[in-house]
Design a binder for this molecule. Sequence first.
Ligand code: NAD
Length: 257
Amino acid sequence: MPLLEGKTGIVFGVANKRSIAWAIAQALAREGMRLAFTYQGERLKANVEELCAAMPDSLILPCDVTVDAEVESVFREVGEKFGRLDALVHSVAFAPREDLENDFVNTSREGFKIAHDISAYSLVALTRAALPLFEQSGGGAVLAMTYYGAEKAVEGYNLMGVAKASLEASVRYLAANLGPKNVRVNAISAGPVNTLAARGIKGFTGMLKHHAERAPLRRNVELEEIGNAALFLLSSMSAAITGEVMFVDGGYNIIGL
Ligand code: NAD
C-alpha cells in the first residue's frame, strides 16, 4: 500500500516545475497523498494549474501569505473539500532584491520586515491556521525549507540568512508548543538548487560550483532527493522526529577546512 494513502496535504510555494515545492509535491503524490496547492498572484496560477493537471483530485487556491484573509480562506476551503489535513509544506521565501544585493549593514527596516514576514512569520501563521484540520487527523506534520546561511555568514545570502535563522527558531518553538497535539514541525536545509528564488541571490552560480567541489558527495543535490527527504519527514517514517533541521546538502555542512 502506498505510504500516504488516505492522507491529505497542502503545499505552499509552487511557482514552476523547478520549484522545490513541486519536487516535494510529486514525492507526496507518488505515495498517494491528496494535495491542495496555493499560488501567489494571478501570474503564477496558470503554471500551477498546468503542473497539477495530472492530479485531478487536487485543489488549487490563491494565497499571498502576508494577507490574513487569504490564509483564512485557503484553510476554510481545504476544510470543506478535505475535512482534515495531515501535512503542510512551507516552501516560501522572499526578500527585496536591493536588500539582498546591498552590504548587509545597509539592510533597510522595510526590507527586514518584509523578509521576516514572508519567509518566517508565515510559517507560524500557516501552522496556526492548519491546527483545526490537523486535529481532525489526530495530528499533523509541517515542513519548512531553509538554507545553511541561517547558521553561517554566506556571501550574498545576507538578509535571507537572518530570516532563515528566524524560520529555524520558529520550527523549534512550534515543535515544542505543538508536540502535545501530535503536530511535528521540521525543516530541510537544502544545498543550492537553481530555482526562481535562487536567481535573486548574487553570485548564485559560483555558489553552485563551490558547493559541488567542496561537498563530500562532490555534486549538487537533485530536486528529487529533496522531495524524497521531505516525504520521510512528512510521513510516519519520521514519527519520533520533531523540531529538527535536516541537511540535504551532500554533506557540505560537515566540512571545516
Ligand atoms: P521558488 O521561487 O520556486 O519558490 C519560492 C516560492 O515562494 C514561490 O512559489 C513564490 O511564489 C513564493 N512566495 C514568495 N512570496 C510569497 C508570498 N508573499 N505569498 C505566497 N508565496 C510567496 O524557489 P525555491 O528555491 O523552490 O524556494 C522554496 C524554498 O526553498 C524557499 O524557502 C527557499 O528559501 C528554500 N531554499 C531554496 C534553496 C535553493 O537553492 N533554491 C536552498 C535552500 C532552501
